[in-house]
Design a protein around this ligand. Structure first.
Ligand SMILES: [Zn+2]
Length: 291
C-alpha cells in the first residue's frame, strides 16, 4: 500500500503525487544548511507552496495524516525558540520497522494524544512556528521509535556523527512516500487490541472517542487567560488578536460571561472568557477575525 502526501488537494493526494504539483521541499533531507554549522542536519522536508504573486500560498493550508495511526504527541513545544506546535503520529510496524510521522511549526492542533487518525484526516494547518519561520510544513518520517519519547528530536550541530544519527532514525520522506509499503500491524490503542484495516462499519474496533476540537480565534485586541473562570483569579497570560486555541469545555457562566477551558498548548487547563452574555460581545470565535 501507499501512504499519502501530508499536503495538497484531495485529488493530488489520492493520485499519489509526491510532492503535489507546485509544492516544493525548500530544504531537503540531510541538508546541513552549510555554512550555518549550528543548524544541524535536516531530518525531513520543508514543504512550501509559493505561487506567482502569492509567496505564502501555503499559509493555513490543511495538513493531513499520511496514514492510519495513533497520535502520540500534539502540543506547542515548551521552548518557544525552536518548534512551535508539533504533532507526532505512530503508524505501527511498517516494512518490519516502527513508523512515525512528524508535522511541525503547524498553526493549530486538531487532534490529541491517543486519538486514532485515518489516512487523509486533517490534523492541522500549515503554520509559521509561532512566527519563527515563514509559512511551511516541516515534515519527517522516522523508522525508529525515537519520536515517541523525543518529539522534538533534532540532531545538531552539523557533524558526521549527527548525520549518521539522522540516517539511522529518519528516511528521505519524498522517496519513501513514492514507494509501496507493507503495514505489518497498526499501533495498539489503550484498552483495545490492534486496529484492523478499514474499521468504519465494524462496531468492535476502537473508534475515536475524543472528537476533534474546533479552532477558536481571538477577535479582541488581547484576551487574558485565567487559571479559573473568573477575572479575580490568577492570570496565566494573554493572547493577541488572531491567535488560536482549542476549547474543550464551553458553558461555564460567571460574571456575565461565558467561559471556556483551553486544551493543549501553553495554557492547557486555563480559562478564557469567550463572550459577554449581555450585551452580546464576543472575544473569541470559531471564525477567524475579518480584517
Ligand atoms: Zn524543517
Amino acid at each position: 500500500m501507499f501512504f499519502r502526501s501530508p499536503v495538497g488537494t484531495e485529488e493530488e493526494r489520492n493520485s499519489g503525487q509526491i510532492w503535489p504539483s507546485k509544492w516544493t521541499d525548500a530544504t531537503g533531507f540531510l541538508n546541513s544548511k552549510a555554512p550555518n554549522y549550528g543548524y544541524g542536519i535536516h531530518t525531513g522536508a520543508d514543504l512550501n507552496l509559493n505561487l506567482p504573486g502569492n509567496w505564502d500560498a501555503d499559509k493555513l493550508a490543511p495538513v493531513y495524516s499520511i496514514g492510519d495511526g495513533v497520535v502520540t504527541y500534539a502540543q506547542l513545544w515548551p521552548n518557544r525558540n525552536y518548534w512551535g506546535n508539533i504533532i507526532v503520529i505512530e503508524h505501527g510496524i511498517v516494512d518490519g520497522k516502527p513508523l512515525f510521522s512528524r508535522y511541525a511549526h503547524v498553526a493549530n492542533i486538531r487532534v490529541r494524544p491517543g486519538d486514532v487518525v485515518k489516512t487523509g484526516q486533517q490534523i492541522s494547518q500549515v503554520g509559521n512556528g509561532e512566527g519563527l519561520f515563514s509559512y511551511h510544513l516541516h515534515f519527517d518520517i522516522s523508522i525508529t521509535t525515537i519520536l515517541r519519547n523525543q518529539p522534538q528530536n533534532w540532531p545538531a550541530p552539523s557533524s558526521n556523527r549527527n548525520k549518521a544519527l539522522v540516517k539511522e532514525h529518519y528516511v528521505d520522506p519524498e522517496q519513501w512516500l513514492r514507494s509501496p509499503h507493507v503495514v505489518n500491524s497498526l499501533p495498539d490503542v489503550i484498552g483495545e487490541g490492534s486496529l484492523s484495516g478499514d474499521s468504519s462499519d465494524d462496531k468492535s474496533t476502537p473508534v475515536n472517542t475524543t472528537p476533534s476540537l474546533p479552532t477558536w480565534h481571538v477577535l479582541a485586541a488581547e484576551v487574558t487567560i485565567y487559571q479559573k473562570p473568573r477575572t479575580s483569579s490568577e492570570k496565566s497570560g494573554t493572547l493577541g488578536r488572531g491567535k488560536q486555541v482549542f476549547i474543550g469545555a464551553e458553558g461555564v457562566r460567571n460574571e456575565n460571561m461565558q467561559w471556556g477551558r483551553i486544551v493543549g498548548g501553553t495554557f492547557d487547563g486555563d480559562w478564557v472568557a469567550i463572550r459577554k452574555e449581555e450585551p452580546r460581545e464576543s472575544y473569541l470565535s470559531t471564525n477567524p477575525p475579518q480584517d
